[in-house]
Write a protein that binds this ligand. Structure first.
Ligand code: ZN
Length: 179
């Protein structure tokens, strides 16, 4: 499957019964809803995987499960200093599939896993995006804005070669000569 392939859709039951595994890297920009929350150029990729399995259910039958992992770094706006903050997101979640919405609602409170309605045409990327959106911080912020900016200044200073004087040092040298 290449990066321009259409959204992967799976038949959940078959996927679970065959214990199928899909592991992909999808450009962050391909997630339309998630991209709307990002600032600047939306680069980077979302690494994700889904693994199917069948597990015994409380009622004695077998249920289809998906284990999903996803990780991405999303560029957001720091709500304290209003500059860019790269927020790492990491998802590790189990999903159990049930017959219909009513069952999902009835059993949701008693289940640690998330419940979804079984489908022959399940949109995996939409689930990945839903989970990433839910993992977004309500108020994105640097851990410490000041140390973040100090680091940026230090990086800038590092970029100046040893043979090249720092622009401010050169300016100070000019001033000295003028005097
Ligand atoms: Zn900040």
């Amino acid at each position: 499957m290449d990066k321009h392939s259409p959204t992967p859709r799976i038949d959940v039951k078959t996927f679970a019964k065959t214990h199928a595994l899909v592991s992909e890297q999808t450009p962050l920009g391909q997630f339309g809803r998630l991209s709307q929350d990002c600032v600047g150029e939306v680069l980077g990729e979302v690494a994700w995987s889904v693994q199917g399995s069948m597990q015994a259910s409380a009622s004695g039958g077998q249920s289809a499960w998906l284990h999903m992992k996803a990780s991405a770094v999303v560029p957001l706006t720091c709500q304290r200093c209003l500059s860019l903050v790269d927020v790492p997101l990491s998802i590790d979640q189990d999903f159990r599939f049930v017959a219909d919405e009513a069952t999902a609602l009835a059993e949701d409170d008693a289940s640690a896993e998330d419940l979804l309605v079984i489908s022959h045409d399940f949109d995996v990327l939409e689930l990945v995006e839903d989970e990433l959106l839910m993992a977004l911080p309500i108020v994105p912020m640097h851990e410490s804005c000041e140390s973040e900016h100090a680091q940026t200044l230090a990086d800038d200073a590092d970029n100046v070669g040893d043979d090249k004087p720092h622009p401010f040092a050169a300016l100070a040298a000019l001033r000295t000569r003028k005097d």
